[in-house]
Design a protein around this ligand. Structure first.
Ligand SMILES: [Zn+2]
Ligand SMILES: [Zn+2]
Length: 273
């Protein structure tokens, strides 16, 4: 028994234990807070100049959920860390490595693959969470307590959902046996997506809005406001294929014009769906 325990403990002396699961989790929490901070501050002050760009014409709930948000992030990250400690004996068998750094195009191809795989799986998991009444009531409803989100709410989840979302994000890197730096970059991008998707403002100059297949904060905001539909994480094309777009979201895309822009500019600013 003692030999078994000392063999088990020895697995955690591998430097990859800190560099892979522990660092990835730390980077995930750190980058999320960093991306969420300016958006959350803006929603907190809710300045007059920014109000015409609010997606929902309702007050934000920043003050009410600020401390619960920090508590959730702490509890959820702790649960994730415990799970990572538990699965490390298996996770260490993956081909994730710290060898030669791959060329830039490998980074791009792998990250695009992670993004598409993660979003596709998230779509089905999320949709299932809405269709299964028990899961909806006991797990996913936590995320839906907030109807008009600010960026910090992007990680306001029941810990089970947080762990599942984190596991989905790590599936691609484990399958491909990626370089650790590529995984770090992916996790930072994934957290940018989580914070931006809940920002609550639709600014015409938000650079992420111009990315192909991504539509900025509007898409997921409609999910919080309307509850049914728009189930993908970021890549909304999945809703088109499975017929789950929210009608009002499509209407917004067709008719919305940004304050201060001429009708022509506004039309060209709105990306077609
Ligand atoms: Zn939902
Ligand atoms: Zn959300």
């Amino acid at each position: 028994m003692n030999t078994f325990l000392s063999n088990w403990a020895a697995l955690y002396e591998d430097p990859m234990f800190i560099l892979f699961p522990v660092m990835t989790l730390a980077l995930s929490v750190g980058s999320f807070l960093l991306f969420a901070f300016p958006w959350t501050l803006l929603a907190w002050f809710d300045p007059k100049w920014a109000r015409p760009y609010k997606i929902q014409n309702k007050p934000f709930q920043v003050g009410k959920y600020f401390l619960p948000n920090l508590a959730r992030i702490t509890i959820n990250s702790t649960m994730m860390l415990l799970l990572l400690i538990l699965v490390w004996p298996l996770l260490r068998l993956s081909n994730v490595h710290l060898g030669e750094v791959p060329p830039w195009y490998v980074w791009v191809i792998q990250i695009v693959f992670f993004l598409i795989l993660d979003d596709f799986l998230f779509y089905w998991m999320h949709r299932y969470m809405h269709e299964n009444k028990w899961v909806l009531k006991h797990i996913h409803s936590v995320h839906h307590r907030i109807k008009n989100t600010c960026a910090l709410d992007g990680n306001y989840f029941h810990w089970v959902e947080f762990v599942l979302i984190g596991s989905l994000a790590m599936l691609g890197p484990v399958i491909l046996g990626s370089h650790l730096y590529v995984i770090y970059a992916w996790i930072i991008i994934r957290n940018l997506e989580a914070a931006d998707g809940h920002a609550g403002y639709d600014f015409p100059w938000n650079p992420l809005r111009f990315l192909p297949l991504y539509d900025g904060p509007v898409y997921h905001d409609f999910h919080h406001a309307r509850f049914k539909g728009n189930y993908a994480g970021a890549l909304h094309y999945v809703d088109r294929y499975f017929g789950t777009y929210i009608k009002e979201y499509l209407e917004y895309k067709r008719t919305h014009s940004y304050p201060g822009l001429s009708a022509n500019q506004a039309a060209s600013e709105n990306k077609p769906i």
